[in-house]
Write a protein that binds this ligand. Structure first.
Ligand code: NAX
Ligand code: K
Length: 505
């Protein structure tokens, strides 16, 4: 799914109005009508509604919702915030209609003392500002936002299109924003919903289709995308009947050190479980029994050193379709030097994670030696060590995209919505996964998955998008069986099979 900017959403709106054609008043009626339907489906008339309206089209949506709920016999109080701006035309149209029929339900609020006392089980609808917000909310309006947020523990707050105060595509850090339980947003995810810094504000996001022009949507390109199952189905490559293990590639995994062999084992298991034809693991001598016993499907090459690896560059040749390097590897100087030599000779796209990333952040010039199309998988701290700090999440995404273009790499920044920067500047957010995956070893599993997919001739872009998806999907299945608390990284691997079955069979 494409993620459009606020400016593009305005264009989509205008394009739909001109080409469907539909009047802007009717488009508002249609969009807000969907919200009213959602509200009535989720809350019976025993819930009194308090609908707070700004004076733009978001406020207009609030007026349409109020009218529909009142027509259906709901108890509604409409709170119009009178902050001096000129009302939009569509707002005025729906205001007149409401005023004619339900004048007694309308209250004007011109400062924070006008904030109503709310009865138990009230539902607050936030229709103050939407995508038209053009500066942080200030003065008594900010006071109203705080008052609404004070109700959060006692009353349900439903935001229309955007929680008011949240900017669609720039940072809203340290500004007043409604903290909604639910956000009913029109047609598209907004970038703001996918940023960790906004975790507290949008609640559950429900995307309501409002019939914006499919022509506009298809033909307009965006930098940001959210992955979905349909996209994965176009990427997934079923195995062919006459194939053999050679068809699915020989991967080399360079991982593990004394005390961190578990990372190597998790990566190896995941690599095999996504279908790599063959897997060899380069591990220090201390890990030999551990790996052979834990994963009999993998072959082992042991380093001359007992506790960490420093000779893997001698192995890394064209026999291997790809290499995954980093989990539990350690950052010893000899390991770093072997990585440098490996990067000088091995030129296929590879997967670089964990300690291999830490080595690159100590020797940043090595970043330029990483083969084009390789996949880096930093978590936010590793990302910062590699590329420096950012003032906010939007800046961090811009940095991600810039570095992916500059280095011609795929950079997968881990998080609730893992963000994948591509060499062409596009950024994809992965839609699967859950907080149960915030546990040691999850990243090692991802490295194994990505390595296994590259081995099978998935393009780097296909591998990184599908890998992130299936990793999160398997994690979601694990959490569904076991709870987010009890699941471990090993459970992600155990659920990879069911994830493939559910998504692709
Ligand atoms: N295509 C769509 O997505 C549709 C959008 N509609 C609604 O239209 C909204 C956008 O409407 P508008 O562009 O009128 O924008 P808003 O309703 O978000 O607000 C714009 C108004 O608020 C003022 N304003 C902005 N920031 C302010 C601040 N911090 N303090 C005080 N005043 C401020 C602006 O000057 C303008 O008057 C969407 O969020 C959605 O709710 C729907 O009605 C129809 C379809
Ligand atoms: K809103």
């Amino acid at each position: 799914m494409k993620i459009f900017s606020a400016a593009q959403i305005r264009e989509a709106d205008a394009f739909t109005i001109a080409h469907e054609p539909v009047s802007s008043t009717d488009l508002m009626g249609r969009a807000a009508g969907k919200c009213a339907d959602w509200l009535m489906e989720h809350y019976p008339p025993s819930h009194p509604f308090y609908i707070f309206c700004g004076k733009g089209n978001n406020g207009g949506d609030g007026l349409v919702i109020a009218q529909k709920l009142l027509d259906e016999g709901y108890v509604v109080t409409v709170c119009l915030l009178e902050y001096g701006s000129k009302a939009s035309e569509d707002y005025i149209y729906y205001y007149r209609r409401l005023q004619q029929q339900y004048a007694g339900r309308i209250r004007e609020i011109a400062d924070v003392t006008g904030f109503p006392e709310l009865p138990p089980s009230a539902v607050i609808v936030d229709a103050i500002f939407g995508t038209g917000l053009n500066k942080p909310i200030e003065g008594w309006l900010a006071g109203v936002i705080h008052k609404i947020n004070d109700q959060h523990p006692r009353h349900t707050i439903v935001a229309i299109d955007m929680p008011s105060g949240l900017k669609a595509d720039t940072s809203s850090r340290n500004t007043p924003v409604i903290q909604a339980h639910h956000t009913l947003s029109f047609e598209f995810y907004k970038l703001a919903f996918l940023l960790p810094e906004n975790a507290a504000v949008a609640g559950q996001v429900h995307i309501l289709p409002i019939g914006l022009s499919p022509e506009y949507i298809t033909h307009t390109s965006t930098r940001y995308h959210l992955t979905d199952l349909d996209m994965m189905r176009t990427i997934y490559m079923p195995r062919t009947p006459f194939s053999h293990k050679g068809t699915y590639g020989h991967a080399l995994l360079i991982a593990g050190s004394r005390g961190k062999m578990g990372a190597a084992v998790l990566s190896a298991k995941a690599c095999i479980r996504v279908g790599a034809g063959l897997l060899s693991c380069h591990i220090p001598d201390c890990g030999y029994d551990i790996m052979q016993i834990s994963e009999p499907c993998a072959m082992c090459i042991t380093d001359e050193l007992p506790d960490h690896s420093a000779h893997f560059h001698e192995q890394a040749d064209a026999r291997y379709k790809t290499i995954g390097i980093g989990p539990g590897l350690g950052t010893a100087t000899a390991t770093a030097s072997s990585l440098e030599k490996l990067l000088a000779t091995y030129k296929r796209p590879m997967v670089i994670d964990a300690d291999a990333l830490n080595i690159l952040s100590v020797y940043p010039s090595l970043l330029y030696q990483v083969p084009a199309g390789s996949i880096l998988t930093p978590h936010p701290k590793e990302f910062e060590r590699l590329f420096g700090p950012s003032a906010n999440d939007v800046e961090r995404l811009e940095l991600l995209s810039k570095q992916a273009v500059r280095l011609q790499l795929y950079i997968l920044l881990k998080g609730r919505y893992t963000a994948i920067g591509c060499p062409d500047g596009a950024v994809y957010f992965n839609a699967t996964g859950n907080p149960g995956m915030a546990t040691g070893g999850s990243g090692d599993v991802l490295t194994g998955i990505l390595t296994g997919l590259l081995a099978q001739d998935y393009s780097p872009k296909a591998a990184v998008l599908l890998g992130a998806w299936i990793h999160g999907y398997a994690g979601d299945l694990a959490a569904a069986h076991l709870s987010q608390e009890a699941m471990s990284a090993a459970d992600i691997i155990s659920n990879l099979g069911s994830a493939f079955m559910e998504c692709f069979y």
